[in-house]
Design a protein around this ligand. Structure first.
Ligand code: AMP
Ligand code: GLY
Length: 428
């Protein structure tokens, strides 16, 4: 069958890399893709948010399955568009509908859902401009650090954590009065701070059955030792030693199952990935956030750990027979290190030539993110440029492979964290 992936990051390259190996995939397209997806699929210059354009392409190319990478088209209702269009009835789109996508699109809704279905999460209150004074007062009743979150999508930047009460109050004013994050901060959540280690748990569901994919730890800060501003993600490791059987049983019974029951009780049309952003507080899992898609760079460690055919798994999802699908997972330790443009996550330049990709050893997978091919040259085209994945029997060995490759690849301004996985070394 012909498959179309929407998106252009490292996550989409990892999807494409895995789907290119699928027994059921004939032609594979990525829209718009990057220089890496072009090596395993055909890139098509479509905007994932232009649904009419995607429809035309899907019909002209007999696409049977559409896999949506990023959250924005889902929050904008691409699933509803496909469901309601008569010409698209035989095409299957992996992803939740707009109502379910609000689990990521609105943090206020996600919290309401978690409360309703008794899913453990930080206590919170939501404020709007007309309740600003109450919000300022509420902050005075809390202990630092203070956690403030814009309700809507803010490209990962909508969360502010500060120690100082006056600073927190100032942020609340700026978010509500000056719409610091645009419409995304029309509502602001103030949350209890949870202290613990984070882990990302992924589920693929067809609305009834589900499969738990390998979990991963993401490294969000730009600087080594988890310092400096937040980024989209600087690296990831899977498996995560503390996510042992006992912890995962708690995740399943207290978080995954009640979430699935909630989705069914709310009659949400959810087929696709659920990304549980969890925090382990002294052995007890809490939900920090839901995402309605796979993570980036987590996908770059999850896909290489799947032994099963990913195309068949998606097709089982489309046909609502996922519960009976046999998911096989490779035990090997897997890590990815992200190479970024100098200046990221602030201002950075694009168009720098990337060299030495041809001398990488066979035991690393260079997933592309912000790259573009011009003539015979691959150029940087984004903040996160590449994500180098390696596998092995020990974390030390895997970290070494990632770093060796990250050192070999050259482009002006290249930066990467050398400590991805370091904190887990003594836990495994
Ligand atoms: P979010 O976009 O909700 O995932 O928040 C971004 C990051 O802020 C998370 O990955 C956590 O590191 C941190 N964070 C968010 N909420 C909390 C909380 N209630 N307690 C502690 N840290 C938090
Ligand atoms: N790596 C975190 C995310 O994809 O949201």
């Amino acid at each position: 069958m012909n498959i179309l992936i929407l998106g252009s990051g490292g996550r989409e390259h990892a999807f494409a890399w895995k789907l290119a190996q699928s027994n059921i995939c004939d032609q594979l397209f990525v829209a718009p893709g990057n220089a890496g997806t072009a090596q395993v699929a055909t890139n098509v210059p479509l905007n994932p948010e232009d649904f009419d354009q995607i429809k035309q392409f899907v019909l002209q190319n007999q696409i049977k399955l559409v896999l949506v990478g990023p959250e924005v088209p889902l929050v904008q209702g691409i699933k509803d568009y496909f469901r309601e269009d008569e010409a698209l009835q035989s095409v299957y789109l992996i992803g939740p509908d707009r109502r379910a996508a609000a689990l990521e699109g609105s943090k206020d809704f996600a919290k309401y859902f978690m409360q309703k279905y008794q899913i453990p999460t930080a206590t919170y209150r939501t404020f709007e401009l007309h309740t600003l004074e109450e919000g300022l007062l509420y902050l005075t009743t809390l202990q630092p650090p203070f956690v403030l979150k814009a309700d809507g999508l803010a490209a990962g930047k909508g969360v502010i954590i500060v120690e100082n009460l006056h600073e927190a109050q100032q942020h609340l004013r700026e978010m509500l009065q000056e719409q610091k994050f645009g419409a995304a901060s029309t509502k602001v959540l103030i949350e209890e701070f949870l202290r613990g280690i984070e882990v990302s748990v992924f589920v693929l569901t067809d609305g009834h059955g589900y499969k738990i994919l390998p979990e991963a730890k993401d490294y969000k800060r730009i600087g080594e030792g988890d310092t400096g501003p937040n980024t989209g993600g600087m690296g990831a490791v899977s498996p995560v030693p503390f996510a042992d059987q006992e912890f995962m049983e708690k995740v399943k019974s207290r978080i995954i199952q009640p979430t699935m029951q909630g989705l069914q009780a709310e009659k949400m049309d959810y087929s696709g990935f659920i990304f549980f952003g969890l925090i382990n507080v002294q052995g007890e899992p809490y939900v920090i956030e839901y995402n309605i898609r796979m993570g980036d760079p987590e996908t770059q460690v999850v896909m290489p750990r799947l032994l099963s055919d990913f195309g068949e798994m998606l097709w089982a999802t489309a046909q609502k027979r996922l519960a009976a699908f046999e998911l096989l997972i490779k035990d090997q330790i897997t890590a990815t290190t992200v190479l970024v443009s100098g200046g990221y996550p602030g201002k950075y330049e694009k168009g720098k030539e990337i060299s030495h990709l041809d001398i990488l050893s066979e035991d690393v997978i260079p997933f592309h993110a912000g790259t573009i091919q011009k003539n015979n040259t691959i150029l940087t085209d984004g903040g996160r440029v590449m994500s180098i994945t390696a596998q092995g029997d020990t974390l030390e060995e895997v970290m070494q492979k990632c770093q060796k490759a990250a050192n070999l690849i050259q482009f002006e301004g290249k930066y990467f964290r050398k400590d991805i996985g370091q904190d887990l070394l003594h836990q495994s």
